[in-house]
Design a protein around this ligand. Structure first.
Ligand SMILES: [Fe+2]
Length: 265
C-alpha cells in the first residue's frame, strides 16, 4: 500500500444469522441478505485493511452462526474484529473466536490510529450498559496511546437517534461514557450498530456513525416499523492527519421480502 494511502475499514453490523441458514427474521433470510452484502464487498472494494463487526452477529447465539460468519469473511484475507450485541452471547463468542480471520483482540493499533472495542452487552437485556470494567479498560487504552487518533466501537447507540422505541433500548449509561471521552481529546470517532439504519452525527466534537444492518432496516420513527431499503455496509478511510472519510453502500438490487406488518422483533 502507498505510504500516504488511508487505511480502509469496513463496518458490518446486525447480521443476525441463525444456526439454520434458511431461517428468516421478520421474513428476511438473514444468511441470504448477508451474502448479498458480502458479494457487494467483493465487487466494490478493491482494498480493505480490516473489517469491523459491530454486534448482533447471531440471532440465536448458535455456534454454527458464528462459524458461518467467520467462514464467509475468510475470503477477504484481512483481520476481522467484533463486539457483542444484545442478541449475542459473549460466552459463546469467546468459545468460537478466534477463528479463521476473526480475532478476539480488543484493541488495534494502525500506525497513528487506535481502535478500541467495548462490550455493551447486558445479560438478558435488549438495552446496553457498560460495566465498570469496560469503562476502566477504555480509559486504560486511551491513556496508553495518548498521541493516537482513537476510534471506539461497541453495539448500542450512545445518544438518541430519534426513534422512541429504539432509544429506550440504547446505551443506558451513555452519560458516564461521554464524561470519560471528554477527558481524552484524541477520541476521533465512535462507531456503533443496533439501530439498523444509517446515522451520522457530531457530538462533543466526536464523529459518530451507525451503519445499516445486513438484513432488516428500522424506520426512524417512534413506533417499531421496518423500512423498505436494502442492506449495506459502511466504508471508513483513516488518514494519517486524523481526518476520515466515510459513506454507506447498499446492495442496490436486493431488498428482502420482509414482513411489513411486524410490530417488533
Ligand atoms: Fe440488531
Amino acid at each position: 500500500m502507498n505510504k500516504k494511502a488511508p487505511f480502509r475499514l469496513i463496518q458490518l453490523s446486525d447480521i443476525h444469522l441463525f444456526a439454520d441458514a434458511e431461517r428468516e427474521l421478520l421474513g428476511v433470510k438473514t444468511e441470504e441478505s448477508f451474502q448479498a452484502v458480502i458479494d457487494l464487498l467483493h465487487r466494490d472494494e478493491k482494498h480493505i485493511d480490516i473489517i469491523l463487526l459491530s454486534g448482533d452477529i447471531s440471532q440465536d447465539n448458535s455456534h454454527e452462526a458464528y462459524v458461518r460468519v467467520a467462514r464467509a469473511l475468510e475470503s477477504f484475507r484481512v483481520p476481522v474484529y467484533c463486539v457483542p450485541g444484545n442478541h449475542d452471547d459473549p460466552r459463546v463468542m469467546a468459545k468460537v473466536y478466534p477463528l479463521a480471520t476473526i480475532s478476539s483482540e480488543r484493541h488495534i493499533v494502525l500506525k497513528n490510529w487506535h481502535i478500541i472495542l467495548l462490550n455493551s452487552h447486558k445479560t438478558n437485556s435488549v438495552e446496553g450498559f457498560f460495566e465498570e470494567s469496560e469503562l476502566v479498560y477504555l480509559q486504560h487504552c486511551l491513556q496508553k496511546y495518548p498521541e493516537h487518533h482513537a476510534i471506539v466501537m461497541f453495539h448500542h447507540q450512545p445518544f438518541p437517534v430519534g426513534s422512541k422505541w429504539l432509544d429506550n433500548l440504547g446505551l443506558q449509561n451513555a452519560d458516564e461514557f461521554w464524561r470519560i471521552l471528554q477527558q481524552y481529546p484524541q477520541v476521533n470517532t465512535v462507531l456503533f450498530g443496533h439501530v439498523h439504519q444509517e446515522v451520522a452525527k457530531l457530538l462533543h466534537h466526536v464523529k459518530c456513525y451507525a451503519v445499516p444492518s445486513t438484513c432488516i432496516q428500522f424506520k426512524c420513527q417512534d413506533e417499531f416499523s421496518l423500512e423498505n431499503i436494502p442492506p449495506g455496509y459502511r466504508w471508513i478511510d483513516l488518514y494519517e492527519d486524523g481526518h476520515i472519510e466515510t459513506a454507506v453502500r447498499r446492495v442496490a438490487e436486493y431488498v428482502g421480502m420482509f414482513d411489513a406488518e411486524a410490530k417488533g422483533y
